[in-house]
Design a protein around this ligand. Sequence first.
Ligand SMILES: NC(=O)c1ccc[n+]([C@@H]2O[C@H](COP(=O)([O-])OP(=O)(O)OC[C@H]3O[C@@H](n4cnc5c(N)ncnc54)[C@H](O)[C@@H]3O)[C@@H](O)[C@H]2O)c1
Ligand SMILES: *[C@@H]1O[C@H](CO)[C@@H](O)[C@H](O)[C@H]1NC(C)=O
Ligand SMILES: *[C@@H]1O[C@H](CO)[C@@H](O)[C@H](O)[C@H]1NC(C)=O
Length: 437
Amino acid sequence: MSKQMSHLDNIPSTPGKFKMDKSPYIHNRLRWHSSLAKLTFWSFMFLGLILIFFFRSPSSNPLPQDPSRRSLRTYNWGGPAWEKRVRSSARIRSRNGISVLVTGAAGFVGTHVSAALKRRGDGVLGLDNFNDYYDPTLKRARQALLERSGVFIVEGDINDSALLRKLFEVVAFTHVMHLAAQAGVRYAMENPGSYVHSNIAGFVNLLEVCKSANPQPAIVWASSSSVYGLNTKVPFSERDRTDQPASLYAATKKAGEEIAHTYNHIYGLSLTGLRFFTVYGPWGRPDMAYFFFTRDILKGKSISIFEAANHGTVARDFTYIDDIVKGCLAALDTAEKSTGSGGKKKGPAQLRVFNLGNTSPVPVSDLVSILERLLKVNAKRNIMKLPRNGDVQFTHANISLAQRELGYKPSTDLQTGLKKFVRWYLSYYSGGKKAAG
Ligand SMILES: NC(=O)c1ccc[n+]([C@@H]2O[C@H](COP(=O)([O-])OP(=O)(O)OC[C@H]3O[C@@H](n4cnc5c(N)ncnc54)[C@H](O)[C@@H]3O)[C@@H](O)[C@H]2O)c1
Ligand SMILES: *[C@@H]1O[C@H](CO)[C@@H](O)[C@H](O)[C@H]1NC(C)=O
Ligand SMILES: *[C@@H]1O[C@H](CO)[C@@H](O)[C@H](O)[C@H]1NC(C)=O
């Protein structure tokens, strides 16, 4: 592909100037040659233009936006060189290391988890479809970062069963860290199909391939604090009700937890679901408030701060990325083996759900004040009613279960974590890169 692109680049962008070389006073033979050459030249130009259009069109037309079409997108995978990269990336380099397939590896959490696993000497293979829900250049930059530490990200979709089967054929993964998903709460009204595609169909496809793999891997996957939905009992504990989702996103995560139960029950897959609470930090997601507040404050644009009925405070249990990574690694390390083989259950297997939060909800207005201090710019605050389209008023995690079973102990407060985020943000977006979104 890159070779073809460079050929296309060789086509002159100003064909008009070629005309200047030809003289009208040459004799017939030459003129005949020249018109043949001209015909050939313009045929190639025409072909070239078609090729340019063909290769450019996926990024410039709305094709990848459409979720049903997106599933039809084909990716380049396979071949001996590709398999070699897959094997090398997944090779365990430490005693007692594990080999992990990380889905959503070019995502925010996936990048940090992949890098941490690689640092300890585990085998890591990434998988990501690089969709354009948010600026894909950020995903590419994270990919480049992982590439430098020896993590290869396969470009493909979790709903592609042939690709997943191939990956398990090439590598006997001991674990799957499943982070690929359609995230975001409000986007569901724009593109509900993408949630069904990635969070339901894609998850089922992944579990189907895992249950048939020999040996079956243990699976740790990202659920969400949003499953607590309209629950008003605080702090949120794992046994609280989760049957009142306030968004389609939350409903698909809740469905994922039920689907996990089924695959554990029928096939003996070891499954651990992690309910993340508003994760933030360097290389974060541009669709999240702390990120676009930073961008808009720096631009002098006003920011919308939501408040609930009767001036009720909207608060979030913000959790720093390094704490989440520790929780993910601890979940992988304490995961028991799946018990099935040949697609059949051989005995009961582990099924867990944990909250991973920070246990200290912070009002969103305080988040803005911290950002103002760090950026040394005053925000233009625009207080607005919390719309009823998916966001809940507050989140607050009870993490005593994760503390007990995973040794999880978050250690970064919002002030410290945002300082690290802002430092990253300023260096990333001043390094000649255009501002996000
Ligand atoms: N960041 C948070 O605050 C938060 C909170 C709760 C839950 N979660 C969950 O944690 C996980 C990671 O979140 P994140 O913040 O890193 O999000 P992210 O969007 O940055 O990462 C997800 C990655 O998955 C990829 N992806 C999406 N659909 C795919 C598909 N069908 N096939 C292959 N790749 C696909 C995307 O390209 C993206 O790179 C997600 O499951 C998310 O729902 C995140
Ligand atoms: C997922 O893949 C299956 C099998 O290839 C296909 O039938 C289905 O349409 C896909 N689902 C979505 C929502 O993309
Ligand atoms: C937190 O969760 C644990 C179970 O893990 C429970 O025993 C405890 O009562 C909960 N605490 C609160 C304050 O809800």
